[in-house]
Design a protein around this ligand. Structure first.
Ligand SMILES: [Zn+2]
Length: 460
């Protein structure tokens, strides 16, 4: 008997990269990809996995999740059940918290709880001394700092002054600014007027957060970032107006990136009216025209990332919004439905091709968030993170079968075609036909940027 030279060979699949789909086998050794090629060329392996003609994607990334009421364990477990192998998580914290301390404590918790590999983003609030905490936080492996241009009433909004100063420091440190781009002052006036008029139903929510509030804020963030020379990532883009401004910046070669989310591609204000506070998210669900503009942006590469903004609250926590929509918490779950929805709606229904999915859920976020090519690529030396999707498996999305802490999904009753049936992380099976094979603490922290990947190397 010959001695195995690699640990595992995954064969019989269609290997998907950001530009090709090829029948090939993948050899794995010590948690990394050792070789990709014809099956007959593969070295001897201790274990062989036949994926029977299904697609083999690189590990899939949700670059935008929140752990709010769930904690690291529940959010990352739902991610793993949905075929996600890496997630980037926004840390909890408020204006009075020292972000270095929040990040240190979060690392301690997540190392015991995470089911998938993970990195962190942190919030910046309008406190001048917070800017001094940036450098230490970055040394912990967190180079992405998010500011809110909205939520003044909740003491989360930053001023233009703070944003300018923070971007100067972020640029100097080689980090990336992220913004929630909605004009908070406009929104607060419209909201106050709606409340004064007694208009507090679900149908009154979208009118208080009009498309122009996003378009204006996207524009302002780009102008300030461009003046400073600071790399900028606009989270959860939701409008055609915002997209137009981002496309213009990217066409001009500026370091500006964005993401959109399944809810902004597939749902509209009609769903807000149907679901009420359960669908209260910000930016709000908008119109079919916005859906279509965002699909076009994702297809053409103007939007290089698809992520979820997963923020789970159980229905009880949203109850207050039935009487007054403005009182309800913001957020809806999504990490577990990201991969099936992207495959079913993008690859199958819109015919965008498997490589499109590899770009927006793997290579794009990996490059922008500086974990490439450890993550985001199927090539020798990369982590052996694989997602096998059965393109023919049909599943009815139902909250009762999901693991998100919210206990509901805005995609209830939607049939998807294509389902992640097997995932591997660092060469180990994580998910096998709906069953998790690893426990909490399996996920590893991604100290970013990974070696040798300065912002200048990001080309997507
Ligand atoms: Zn978010």
């Amino acid at each position: 008997m010959t001695r195995a030279r690699v640990d595992t060979v995954v064969h019989g699949g269609l290997v998907v990269t950001s530009s090709t789909v090829t029948p090939a086998a993948i050899a794995i050794k010590d948690g990394r990809i050792a070789a990709i090629g014809e099956e007959s060329m593969m070295p001897d392996a201790a274990r062989s996995i036949d994926v029977g003609g299904k697609y083999v994607f690189p590990g899939l990334i949700d670059a935008h999740t929140h752990i709010w009421s769930e904690g690291f364990g529940v959010t990352t477990r739902a991610a793993a059940c949905g075929g996600v192998t890496t997630t980037l998580i926004f840390l909890r914290g408020d204006a009075n918290d020292n972000i270095f301390e929040v990040a240190t404590e979060s690392k301690r918790q997540a190392v015991e709880q995470a089911h998938v590999d993970y990195g962190f983003h942190v919030y910046l609030f309008d406190r001048a001394s917070m800017i001094e905490e940036l450098e230490g936080t970055m040394k912990l492996g967190i180079p992405t700092f998010k500011m809110f241009m909205a939520y003044k009433k909740r003491q989360m909004k930053v001023s233009n002054e703070f944003m300018l100063r923070a971007m100067q420091t972020i640029k100097r440190l080689g980090a990336t600014a992220m913004v929630h781009a909605e004009n908070g002052e406009m929104i607060d006036v419209l909201e106050d007027q709606a409340i004064a008029a007694g208009c507090c139903g679900a149908e009154h929510f979208y009118p208080t957060r009009p498309n122009v509030a996003e378009g204006e804020a996207v524009n302002r963030a780009i102008e300030i970032a461009t003046h400073v020379g600071c790399p900028l990532y606009i989270v959860h883009l939701s409008s055609a107006e915002g997209l137009a401004r981002i496309k213009a910046a990217r066409d001009a070669g500026l370091p500006v990136w964005t993401e959109t989310c399944p809810q902004y591609l597939l749902l509209t204000d009609d769903d807000m009216r149907k679901w009420g506070p359960l669908a209260k998210i910000a930016p709000p669900l908008r119109t079919r025209q916005d859906n279509e503009a965002l699909w076009t942006g994702l297809e053409r590469g103007w939007i290089p990332v698809l992520a979820t903004d997963h923020a789970s609250y159980p229905p009880e926590a949203k109850e207050v919004g039935k009487k007054d929509i403005f009182q309800a918490a913001f957020g809806a779950p999504g990490v577990e439905t990201l991969v099936p929805l992207a495959f079913s709606e993008g690859v199958v229904k819109r015919g965008l091709g498997p490589s499109w999915l590899a770009r927006v859920l793997s290579e794009g976020p990996a490059k922008i968030f500086q974990i490439y090519p450890k993550k985001g690529a199927l090539q020798p030396g990369s982590d052996a993170d694989l997602v096998v999707i059965d393109p023919d498996k049909r599943v009815l999305l139902q909250a009762k079968n999901l693991h998100q802490g919210a206990g509901y999904t805005l995609f209830e009753g939607r049939e998807v075609r294509g389902w992640p049936v097997l995932t591997m992380v660092r060469g180990q099976v994580l998910l096998d036909n709906g069953e998790l094979k690893q426990g909490p603490g399996f996920g590893q922290f991604l100290h970013r940027p990974m070696d040798g990947h300065a912002p200048a190397a990001r080309t997507t």
